[in-house]
Design a protein around this ligand. Structure first.
Ligand code: GLN
Length: 310
């Protein structure tokens, strides 16, 4: 995929995106169950693009670490699929958009403990449980995977954020206990939630996340060799497109036209298949838990560049 011919070079375009979308006044919300995230200044805004050709373009606060939260779910899914040649994971979690909030309990009970997809919390808890069978500290394995892919020692655990989320984890524990009750969790609910919360607490910059996500845009090829097969990379992209923004997946596909995965830390990772990975970050969220300024900036960037899967 190429940038439209009349578009300006990417570096100056990203600078202009930052000028246009960096929040000027406080708007949007912060996640109530992770108090430490509320302390991040509302006017933070960063964007980075890592291309399959090996270039990195960045602007704004692209080198400031932020809490990746649910963006971790893309990487844990890739790690789980890598070691799931029998397809056992897909008997435990579906691949359908949920149309409900990322932490909703209702659907899980009605659907007998099989989460709709791996990108809502219930699905990520199943993926974590699956990973923990072979790698008890799946969060540590995720951190080392992310460090390897981003080519930096940068990613680190925010121990205080993990502790503060863990002490506000009634809802995730409820999801885990439901899963356990339906026979879809092998480890204890407490152990899986503790590990999942640590995965979410990883701190990374936009530049690091764009580099780490590049394998999804590059037929599964990562910084250290093949991460997943070409068809697995395509499938993960499909799940991002349909499920990556929770109950705003349709609206995001309409506005941006690219597979994305958000986190309540305000980050969004987006894939332009065959071309690049983009990470944008701005901490204040819309009602669905997606970055307000980040979503707007990505819609603007896809319009300016013509990048879209459609
Ligand atoms: N750690 C958060 C939670 O479990 C992640 C949610 C998100 O980023 N959407 O609630």
């Amino acid at each position: 995929m190429t940038t439209t011919l009349d578009a300006p070079p990417l570096g100056p375009m990203l600078d202009d995106i930052v000028r246009s979308h960096r929040p000027q006044r406080e708007a949007g919300s912060v996640p109530a169950h992770i108090p430490s995230l509320a302390a991040v200044p509302f006017n933070r805004f960063g964007i980075a693009v890592a291309t399959a050709a090996g270039e990195v373009f960045a602007s704004g606060d692209a080198d400031v670490p932020f809490s990746i939260q649910s963006i971790s779910k893309v990487f844990t899914l890739a790690m789980a699929l890598r070691r799931d040649s029998s397809g056992a994971l897909w008997s435990r979690v579906l691949r359908e958009p949920s149309g409900t909030a990322f932490n909703s309990l209702v659907q899980l009970e009605v659907e007998h403990g099989i989460p709709r997809n791996p990108f809502i919390n219930a699905g990520a808890l199943v993926v974590t449980d699956h990973l923990m069978e072979e790698t008890p500290d799946a969060a540590a394995a995720l951190l080392s995977f992310l460090s390897g892919q981003s080519g930096q020692a940068g990613p680190f655990f925010d121990v205080a954020a993990a502790a503060s989320e863990l002490s506000n984890s009634s809802r995730n524990l409820a999801l885990a206990h439901f899963l356990k009750n339906f026979g879809n969790l092998r480890q204890s609910a407490e152990a899986v939630v503790e590990n999942y919360v640590r995965q979410c607490s990883i701190m990374m910059t936009c530049v690091e996340l764009a580099k780490a996500g590049l394998f999804l845009a590059d037929d599964g090829r990562g910084a250290l060799g093949t991460v997943v097969s070409r068809s697995e990379a395509k499938r993960i992209g499909s799940i991002m497109l349909t499920c990556g923004m929770y109950d705003a997946a349709g609206e995001f596909a309409y506005r941006v036209g690219l597979p994305g995965k958000s986190g309540v830390g305000g980050g969004i990772l987006v894939i332009v298949p065959g071309h690049c990975a983009i990470c944008v970050w701005s901490p204040r969220l819309d009602a669905k838990g997606n970055s307000l300024a980040g979503s707007a900036a990505l819609a603007d960037l896809s319009d300016r560049t013509g990048w879209s899967v459609f």
